[in-house]
Design a protein around this ligand. Structure first.
Ligand SMILES: Nc1ncnc2c1ncn2[C@@H]1O[C@H](COP(=O)(O)OP(=O)(O)OP(=O)(O)O)[C@@H](O)[C@H]1O
Ligand SMILES: [Mg+2]
Ligand SMILES: [Mg+2]
Length: 301
């Protein structure tokens, strides 16, 4: 196969590993910086120009689109889809996963366990919002935050209300969520490839931090998940239409609850914690599934 790895920096661990895994299996793989692509939609045939040439001959695309460049990155993925190149994660699914509210709505439609979540445009009724989310403590999140940035704990009703009002004052979209205290600052990240959980880890926040993100100094260990957690992770990936993703869950008193589904999950933490060759699993999945024009989401938002 000839594969395009869409990423900003080919030197990151995850990207190096995907390229190694592809080459080890006899494939050709090019790292393509999506921000340097020029999309040509005016002509009869959709094309992508890149560093003075037209991209062609690719069988499959592995998108690794950073959260800050979702708009242009997903447009490049969409252009590949129009060129009938198989994209392991499709543009629609990536765009969905970037918006926490939209993701939670899709997950709730499928009956997947979620923390109680409230979203409001008007923040002048902060007191009601906090009550609807089950009362303080509550977690307040930016809709498009990542790496734990923009995730705040409102410990008391007054603190929660002033945080909500502060975000409202700068016109930022937030959601307010039940705080799953019993998770004890730990969450579960399941790496889903196709219809399987290929690796799972438990992440624990730095001392004194309820956020377990590795980017915030958290640590990771391999974990054996329950059948219910496995089924939840797989259903969440399916609801989002993602073939490769990291599903983040909390162990709550009422079973596993999904916080979010990440469409470009980092591989370093999970491969190191579990010893699983996740990059290899991704390449194997592409080998089995690529087909010109094949789509899971059929472009549906
Ligand atoms: N409702 C909640 N109850 C308890 N802890 C929570 C809750 N929501 C988030 N957390 C903690 O905060 C962390 C960050 O939250 P979340 O995953 O929603 O943010 P993010 O910025 O999108 O992170 P990512 O880098 O994984 O995309 C979680 O991994 C979890 O440890
Ligand atoms: Mg996230
Ligand atoms: Mg997360």
């Amino acid at each position: 196969m000839k594969i395009a790895l869409l990423c900003r920096s080919p030197h990151l661990y995850s990207h190096q590993r995907i390229m190694e895994a592809a080459k080890a299996r006899g494939h050709e793989i090019d790292a393509i910086d999506h921000l340097r692509c020029t999309i040509d939609i005016a002509s009869h045939r959709p094309k992508i120009h890149y560093q003075g040439r037209v991209l062609s001959g690719y069988d499959a695309v592995i998108p690794r689109i950073g959260a800050s460049v979702t708009f242009f990155g997903t447009a490049v993925v969409r252009q590949f889809e129009m060129m009938r190149v198989y994209c392991v994660n499709e543009s629609v699914a990536i765009a969905r996963s970037r918006d926490k509210l939209r993701s939670l709505q899709l997950l709730s439609r499928k009956g997947i366990g979620l923390p109680i979540t409230v979203f409001a445009h008007k923040t002048s009724n902060a007191e009601d919002i906090v009550k609807l989310a089950g009362g303080a403590p509550v977690v307040i999140k930016l809709l498009e935050g990542t790496q734990g940035i923009g995730v705040v704990l409102g410990e008391t009703p007054k603190a929660a209300e002033s945080i909500i009002q502060a975000f409202g004052g700068v016109n930022t979209n937030i959601l307010v969520q039940e705080y799953i205290e019993e998770a004890n600052g730990e969450d579960i990240r399941c790496l889903v490839v196709g219809d399987k959980v290929v690796a799972s880890m438990m992440r624990r926040g730095r001392e004194g931090d309820f956020r377990s993100n590795l980017h915030r100094g958290g640590s990771a260990t391999a974990i054996k998940i329950t059948p219910q957690e496995r089924a939840t992770a797989i259903s969440a990936a399916k609801a989002m239409g993602l073939n490769v993703c990291g599903v983040d869950m909390l162990r709550s008193n009422h079973g596993p609850v999904v916080m979010e589904v990440n469409s470009s999950p980092g591989l370093e933490g999970v491969e190191q914690a579990t010893g699983v060759d996740v990059a290899g699993k991704i390449i194997q999945f592409v080998e089995k599934n690529w087909e010109p024009g094949k789509t899971r989401t059929k472009g549906k938002g």
